[in-house]
Design a protein. Structure first.
Length: 288
């Protein structure tokens, strides 16, 4: 009897009963996502007291302060690194996803597992490894000096290059996996038909494969750009104080400056931008 009742429940013959399956996840999201987000929104309208206490006096001062010219360089730097990371990940990720989909053969599974290694490695371990590699006394400079390719150590760490390298390393799988999923859906028969009609490999790619994989390109770009906007650990460890991003500014307001209302306002603005980007993607996907 219990087995039959559970089968009917999972089959959705009684919608009200089947919706109970959503209750645990819905409760989890309500308690740990929606309620904290609403709390941040409410906190963003409060004021910060002279001793770091929160004064519940509704005001828009925090949002006006967020658009102060002093913080414009941080916003522009964040957009630059997020956009640059997205472009580099697309340039590197599309050929890799294409190879995995069309050329990898039996090696596909092993290569996908290798691609997932950054997800399985602690971010701190990965970033400290890059510090060991890029430092003035690091492995890369030692190798270049040993083979006399340079005369003095290069300043690779705490530069825009190191920040961009760390972001690309961590977010490249976010680009490759949607691209790979999109390329897997491209009908091979259409590509073969293009060859039969006299198209070259490059023409078939531009006329058939690329247009059909555009949803994956947009999804990969969005999944890379959005998290990069809130990233702070990469700039903290590989960029130093000269290359702080918006995520570092928000983190400092909560942990160091003890200005929680202003940090909440910055967080709300960041979340609003992310939601707007996701909404735009959904509209584009529906129109396509």
């Amino acid at each position: 009897m219990l087995e039959k009742a559970l089968s009917r429940l999972l089959a959705g013959k009684r919608p009200a009963a089947s919706h109970l399956l959503l209750a645990p996840a819905a409760l989890w999201l309500l308690l740990f996502l929606l309620i904290p987000a609403l709390g941040l929104v409410a906190l963003s309208f409060a004021k910060n007291g002279p001793y770091g206490e929160i004064l519940w006096r509704l005001s828009l001062d925090n949002y006006r302060r967020a658009f102060d010219p002093r913080y414009v360089p941080v916003l522009l730097r964040t957009l630059f690194f997020a956009g640059g990371t997205t472009v580099v990940c697309l340039l590197l990720g599309y050929p890799l996803a294409y190879f995995l989909s069309f050329r990898a053969g039996r090696r596909r599974g092993a290569l996908i597992i290798a691609l997932m290694v950054p997800f399985w490695t602690s971010a701190l371990v990965a970033f400290y490894s890059w510090i060991v590699i890029l430092g003035k006394e690091g492995l890369l400079n030692r190798a270049l000096l040993r083979y006399r390719l340079i005369s003095s150590p290069l300043a690779l760490l705490y530069t825009p290059f190191s920040v961009l390298l760390g972001l690309v390393y961590f977010y490249l799988p976010f680009t490759v996996l949607p691209l790979y999923a999109s390329l897997e859906k491209v009908p091979r028969s259409l590509v073969e038909a293009a060859y039969d009609l006299g198209a070259t490999r490059w023409t078939a790619f531009l006329k058939v494969t690329l247009p059909l994989s555009l949803p994956g390109v947009v999804a990969g770009a969005l999944l890379t750009f959005v998290p990069c906007l809130g990233d702070f650990l990469t700039a903290e460890l590989l960029g130093g104080p000269r290359y702080y991003l918006l995520g570092n500014l928000i983190s400092n307001q909560f942990l160091m400056a003890q200005d929680w209302p202003f940090g909440a306002a910055l967080t709300v603005l960041l979340l609003a931008g992310l939601v707007a980007g996701l909404w735009g993607y959904r509209r584009w996907e529906a129109a396509a």
